[in-house]
Ligand binder design. Structure first.
Ligand SMILES: Nc1ncnc2c1ncn2[C@@H]1O[C@H](COP(=O)(O)OP(=O)(O)OP(=O)(O)O)[C@@H](O)[C@H]1O
Length: 665
């Protein structure tokens, strides 16, 4: 396939020359001519392949073709604000080369009011030519509803030409994860309603690295009588760019954080730019507290390599838009030394970070398509890149097999993995002393099933013996021997498990937890969320809740105690060494917070003491009242006998005597 730019407007040619884009990418090569000729397209093309310009360049060409530009000319819908900002900025740069096009590029985003005035101005006069880039929520419930309510939609849509749905599968379907379902269903409904309002005579472009199902495409593009093309430009042998290397490391939950420090050190030593994808934002908060702590930062230092220590940044969906934008901008800039961004999936799709060399998946993604999008943050536009996915021994085989068979992505073990552990201040590599093997893990699960059963069996035999039931001695001894063997194995394995605690990184994390209440709270929250989030996985048959090594997760996070409420997980075999300290006594480092906490503790103690004293007093009064009542009754009873009953008794006695005398006579 010969790659050359088609005949484009002179402004676009200058833009491409300035960007030094000598030839189009394959997707641009195919898509641009279709759209310029008013053919709707559904495009599936790998991450980083240049889809953005494949829809923006023809937009400009279409605008040039139009005689008069009026109202909303094109609508570009994207699933996240960051992505919308990015696409809007490319559009603005491109339009700058076309001063003769009088279309205003507007950005319509939820929780961003910087463009409110411009949007308001346009909504008041929607015949003004505009191209709108936005996210579904704000477009649907703000802009479109307003135009509908003010009956100006027909004016606004008079000159409408081109609808673009980028990351269309995310916009129109949900990823199959329950926790996100409600939100994503909402988004797809909003998008469908927006599409329903637009003129049927239009060009539509649907773009993603992971196409939605054909019925969803039909719904948007129309199945019959429309000029449309389905373009699939992914490689035959897999959906990922060929320059991407895909690797994995098997790591027990106990060593997951330790291993992450090792991989950050690897990035530092090599001067990489890496993104670490983590499933939950609370875990990101925990990692932020943990990794940026001075006692932990030493473990991933690049000391001795001649390179500076890495810069760490963090991002998740709860960051304010301004902060999010600042992090994305600063991470995108190149600089000396390694950069590591610990991120949630908020930046998994579409964000065009420059020169990301490595993607580390701390957790396997919970949504099907996310793997491809996460990995696609590196190896963009033909550059080299690598993906390192962390898998735990219990799920490794099944997960890797799933990736190969269903996603057509085969991961290779990370070479020289033994080197990539944290270091101490002298530069010595802190390899775990007792790495747990897959066999250990299997054994643990077998023991979980057999030890309890064997102990129960032995108890039944003992009970029968105690009752005098005759039990064959040989059989009883065999049952006991079985118990002894299993318990010995269990003890040895437990010992091996608990030895993981001795790793200096874990000791350092526990030491923070013992002395910093904020850290302890964040850590406990992250742990709880990790457990509940573990089940919200589209591969629930691989990531089974009752097989999760809870004790391992807690140990690996450097926890000193397990949160109380783990009832839900009682089926799991939890091996965890709890520290003897009373966690209620962990202080806040912030003097103000600690003072307030101590005051609260004192108040609570005082309140408890007062309540106790009041209770005692009430009890004493009650007892006293009961005693008095009893004594009163006794006295009362005594008085009645002497006054009335004794007289009666005497009378009875006298009359009896009299009667006897008379009888004798
Ligand atoms: N013709 C070209 N030649 C060289 N680089 C290009 C060309 N077109 C685009 N690029 C660059 O390629 C990078 C990736 O482009 P883009 O963000 O459009 O990818 P994408 O296919 O949308 O990726 P994703 O699926 O992750 O959203 C960008 O940095 C862009 O500037």
């Amino acid at each position: 396939m010969k790659l050359e730019w088609p005949e484009l407007h002179e402004g676009t040619q200058r833009f491409l020359a300035d960007q030094e884009f000598a030839i189009p990418t394959p997707v641009q090569n195919v898509v641009i001519p279709y759209v310029v000729n008013s053919t709707s397209v559904s495009v599936e093309s790998e991450t980083g392949s240049g889809k953005t310009l494949s829809f923006l360049i023809p937009l400009i060409e279409l605008l040039h073709k139009q005689k008069t530009l009026t109202g909303l000319l094109s609508l570009i819908v994207l699933p996240t604000r960051d992505l919308a900002i990015q696409v809007h900025s490319v559009l603005v740069s491109l339009l700058a080369y076309h001063p003769d096009l009088s279309a205003t590029p507007l950005l319509v985003l939820g929780a961003d009011h910087s463009q409110d005035k411009a949007i308001d101005r346009w909504a008041k006069d929607p015949s003004a030519p505009a191209v709108i880039v936005g996210t579904p929520g704000r477009l649907h419930s703000d802009l479109m509803s307003r135009l509908k309510m003010e009956h100006t939609l027909p004016i606004a849509l008079k000159g409408f030409q081109y609808l673009i749905l980028d990351e269309c599968d995310r916009l129109l379907t949900y990823g199959g994860v329950q926790s996100h379902k409600a939100m994503a269903m909402d988004m797809s409904q909003q998008v469908r309603e927006i599409v329903g309002l637009l003129p049927k005579q239009r060009v539509t472009g649907m773009f993603s690295a992971t196409a939605p199902p054909p019925d969803v495409v039909d719904l948007v593009l129309g199945s019959e009588g429309r000029t449309r093309a389905t373009i699939r430009l992914t490689r035959e042998d897999g959906p990922l760019p060929s320059a991407l290397e895909n690797k994995y490391i098997v790591v027990d939950h106990r060593y997951k954080v330790v291993r992450l420090l090792g991989l950050i050190r690897r990035a530092a030593v090599r001067g990489d730019k890496a993104i670490v994808f983590v499933n939950q934002r609370k875990m990101i908060r925990y990692l932020e507290q943990c990794l940026t702590h001075p006692s932990i930062a030493q473990f991933y230092s690049a000391k001795g390599s001649g390179r500076p220590d890495p810069t760490l940044q963090f991002i998740h969906g709860k960051f304010k838009q301004g902060e999010r934008h600042a992090v994305i901008e600063s991470f995108s800039q190149s600089g000396s030394g390694a950069k590591v961004l610990v991120a949630s999936d908020v930046v998994a799709r579409g964000i065009d970070f420059t020169d990301v060399t490595t993607v580390i998946q701390f957790d396997p993604p919970t949504q099907k398509e996310t793997f491809i999008h996460r990995v696609g943050r590196s190896g963009r536009a033909g550059r080299a890149g690598e993906n390192i996915t962390l898998v735990d021994p219990a799920t490794a085989d099944a997960y890797l097999a799933y990736l190969t068979q269903t996603e057509h992505v085969t991961l290779q073990p990370l070479e020289q993995a033994d080197e990539w552990w944290p270091v101490d201040t002298k530069g010595t590599i802190l390899t775990p002393e007792v790495p747990l093997t897959e066999d250990d893990y299997d054994l643990k699960h077998r023991l979980a099933k057999t030890v309890g059963k064997a102990i129960k069996e032995a108890k039944t035999v003992k009970r029968q013996k105690d009752k005098g039931v005759r039990v064959k001695e040989k059989e009883a001894a065999a049952v006991q021997a079985k118990v002894d063997v299993l318990v010995a194995k269990e003890t040895a394995l437990k010992e091996k498990h608990s030895q993981a605690r001795n790793h200096p990184v874990m000791e350092a994390i526990r030491s923070i937890a013992r002395s910093d209440r904020d850290f302890y709270d964040i850590q406990s929250e992250a742990f709880k969320m990790y457990l509940s989030g573990y089940t919200h996985h589209f591969l629930g048959y691989i990531f089974e809740k009752n097989k999760l090594d809870i004790g391992g997760v807690a140990t690996g996070m450097g926890m000193i105690a397990l949160p109380h409420r783990l009832d839900e997980y009682k089926t799991t075999y939890v091996w965890f060494v709890k520290e003897s300290m009373n966690v209620g006594e962990i202080p806040y480092l912030d003097p103000g917070k600690e003072k307030a906490r101590l005051e609260k503790v004192t108040e609570a103690k005082q309140r408890r003491a007062e309540q106790e004293a009041a209770k005692k007093k009430a009890e004493a009064e009650r007892l006293k009242a009961v005693k008095t009542k009893r004594e009163d009754r006794k006295v009362q009873r005594g008085q009645t006998m002497s006054k009335e009953d004794l007289d009666d008794l005497m009378d009875d006695y006298k009359s009896l005597k009299r009667a006897k005398k008379e009888k004798k006579r």
